[in-house]
Design a protein. Structure first.
Length: 166
């Protein structure tokens, strides 16, 4: 048998098992396909057709964009970034000025960073900070009230004084 013959036989079997008759003029008492089954069959058929078309004509992948990677060799902190070598120093910042703490995660885990401020609300966290080299973290602060704050992490310790503008 040819492919056409097998296809016709298969279609005839499907029609017989679903209760349909290939005869156009239906006699009383014969079953028909319910509308919800017809709709479901059409949806499944459309999905298989779409899958077959996607296999035959795959979409071309978008070209990947390469973004420049930062070269951190020779990185130096900005004047408003406090690093591990600043340990033991005291810094004066004006009210509303911003600064960042930049430390190496392996030596000074971010979870161990402690702030001891008097009054407690003189520093507010900020999120829009500059990037730092890999394996480092940065935490940004803004002076939100006048007072003094000790920032500690293991042997790292700095004093931050928030003062009014001169």
């Amino acid at each position: 048998m040819t492919k056409t013959g097998y296809s016709s036989l298969f279609l005839l079997l499907i029609l017989l098992f679903t209760g349909c008759s290939p005869v156009k003029n239906q006699q009383p008492g014969e079953q028909t396909i319910l509308p919800n089954l017809v709709t479901g069959t059409a949806v499944v058929s459309a999905k298989f057709t779409q899958a077959a078309e996607a296999t035959m004509y795959p979409a071309a992948p978008f070209p990947t964009e390469l973004y420049p990677t930062m070269d951190w060799t020779g990185w130096t902190p900005s004047p408003s970034e406090i690093v591990a070598s600043d340990s033991g120093k005291s810094f004066d910042f004006w009210l509303t000025s911003r600064f960042s703490i930049v430390l190496k995660e392996t030596e000074y885990p971010a979870a161990n960073l402690e702030l001891n401020c008097v009054p407690e609300i003189i520093l507010g966290r900020i999120s829009n900070v500059m990037g730092v080299p890999p394996d480092y973290y940065v935490i940004g602060y803004e002076g939100s009230g006048m007072g003094q704050c000790m920032i500690q992490n293991g042997p790292f310790e700095v004093t931050i004084n928030i003062v009014d503008h001169p």
